[in-house]
Write a protein that binds this ligand. Structure first.
Ligand SMILES: Nc1ncnc2c1ncn2[C@@H]1O[C@H](COP(=O)(O)OP(=O)(O)OP(=O)(O)O)[C@@H](O)[C@H]1O
Ligand SMILES: [Mg+2]
Length: 252
């Protein structure tokens, strides 16, 4: 059932008039932006601009004070965090949260949608379909030769990829990543850009990032946040040459 007020739009995600106030402080202030299907959107901006808070609002971790978040025909501001996941929104936090004692295979298997509870995921029959999907995802995240390695033995970058894989196996239509290449080597950053270009064939990605070289590599469009509002938006070229962006962010 479509909730009253949620109109289908040509966009995958429409954020309109989004505001959240923490004790009177508006961390996100009347924010509107629109993400297309198969788009990689990057949100940049200085520390404290409200970037992570925007992801918290979209995934339902934080409740909006005002505004709407329309994902396909669903109004996310009225839904719980788990309903939002089921609606097709996956979110990766800044620090990787994989199971260190489990292998890459097991980490992916446990995230397969059929076994959502930990008990179910550990005991369900490993049928061919699951193995096939795990293999596909492992290939995308560059870990197909590490399927039987324990999480604890992966590099920081490989852990980040594994966590992306754990979200991908649920086939989200929108994947949100908060600073995915922080702490990664240059070659890992290049591979992460390649990974994102592969996975947007089936979805859109919303990324927060500070590494401008990486942003340039991946962004279809960049939204620059400052004090909870949009300072500038458009192609990387456009925002990079915007004097307002240079003044508050890129010039530092
Ligand atoms: N739950 C909360 N309660 C009170 N204030 C909060 C809460 N979450 C975020 N804030 C404040 O909102 C502002 C925006 O924080 P946010 O984490 O979204 O910034 P950011 O753009 O992600 O910054 P960074 O680049 O440092 O990660 C900050 O001033 C922060 O202290
Ligand atoms: Mg942040």
């Amino acid at each position: 059932m479509t909730p009253i007020g949620a109109q289908p739009t040509p966009f995958l995600l429409s954020v309109e008039g989004l505001t959240v106030s923490f004790d009177g402080f508006k961390a996100v202030n009347d924010l509107s932006f629109y993400v297309d299907e198969n788009e990689i959107r990057v949100i940049i901006g200085p520390n404290g601009a409200g970037k992570t808070t925007v992801l918290d609002l979209i995934c339902g971790k934080t409740k909006a004070t005002a505004g709407s978040i329309t994902f396909r025909d669903k109004e996310l501001t009225r839904m719980s965090e788990s309903q939002i996941v089921l609606a097709g929104v996956g979110r990766k936090f800044q620090t990787p949260s994989i199971y260190e004692d489990l292998t890459v295979f097991e980490n992916l298997e446990i995230s397969y949608p059929r076994g959502r509870s930990v008990w179910g995921a550990l005991t369900f029959k490993r049928d061919a379909a699951v193995r096939e999907r795990v293999a596909e995802v492992a290939e995308i995240i560059f870990l197909k030769d590490k399927l039987h390695e324990r999480g604890a033995f992966l590099s920081h970058g490989q852990k980040q990829w594994l966590e992306i894989g754990m979200l991908l196996i649920q086939e989200p239509d929108l994947l949100m990543l908060d600073e995915p290449v922080a702490g990664m080597s240059v070659s890992e950053r290049i591979k992460t850009a390649e990974l994102l270009r592969t996975i947007i064939k089936d979805r859109s990605v919303l990324v927060i990032e500070h590494d401008m070289k990486f942003v340039e590599d991946i962004a279809h469009k960049v939204t620059v946040l400052h004090q909870g509002r949009i300072l500038s938006e458009g192609s990387m070229e456009k925002v990079q040459s915007d004097p307002k962006v240079i003044e508050v962010y890129l010039g530092h």
